[in-house]
Design a protein around this ligand. Structure first.
Ligand SMILES: [Zn+2]
Length: 173
């Protein structure tokens, strides 16, 4: 399996310190949906009501059973993410900020979690339907949860680090 960018950075830091390798991306917790991806993504495409969002989230996105990062790991990840932010800013000329997700999922799974949230956004908040996303107001963000970086600029549609499509998040209510 190809190692993620964060994984590579963690490896670099861990190599210098005699710490446990138990949290490497290959052995990071993978939610059930990772091994049943076809079923998960097909079911996700058919979610169209609030009740279905709740049922889907209970079935596939129950974070109560997901492990969290330890404090020392968090510090490493945050330092690594700041480097990604600097790279993203160099490449795009727009501001980026780090995001930290408390659950220690594989980066691919983390991205899928937030892609799901984005797909359900207008079901959960019907008043957003058809509304223009006003970037620059801090209400709408564009995120890459694979790389853990976010921007509130409208200009960028794909992540400058990993080329994945950025997901939208909405910070209003
Ligand atoms: Zn990315």
């Amino acid at each position: 399996m190809k190692r993620s960018f964060i994984g590579k950075l963690l490896e670099k830091v861990f190599r210098k310190k005699p710490v446990s390798f138990s949290r490497f991306p290959e052995t990071l917790f993978r939610p059930e949906f990772a091994s049943k991806y076809d079923e998960f993504s097909t079911e996700r495409l058919h979610v169209s009501t609030s009740d279905q969002v709740i049922a889907f989230s209970r079935r596939w996105l129950d974070s109560s059973i997901w492990p969290k990062w330890e404090l020392d790991e968090r510090k490493l990840i945050e330092a690594a993410t700041l480097e990604l932010v600097a790279t993203a800013e160099d490449q795009t000329g727009i501001p980026w900020a780090p995001i930290f997700y408390v659950y220690s999922l594989h980066a691919i799974d983390r991205y899928e979690v937030f892609l799901s949230y984005e797909m359900f956004l207008e079901i959960r908040f019907p008043h957003l339907k058809g509304e223009k996303k006003s970037f620059g107001t801090s209400q709408w963000h564009r995120d890459c949860y694979f790389c853990s970086i976010t921007s509130w600029s409208e200009e960028q549609a794909v992540c400058p680090i990993c080329d994945r499509e950025l997901t939208h998040s909405w910070l209003g209510d």
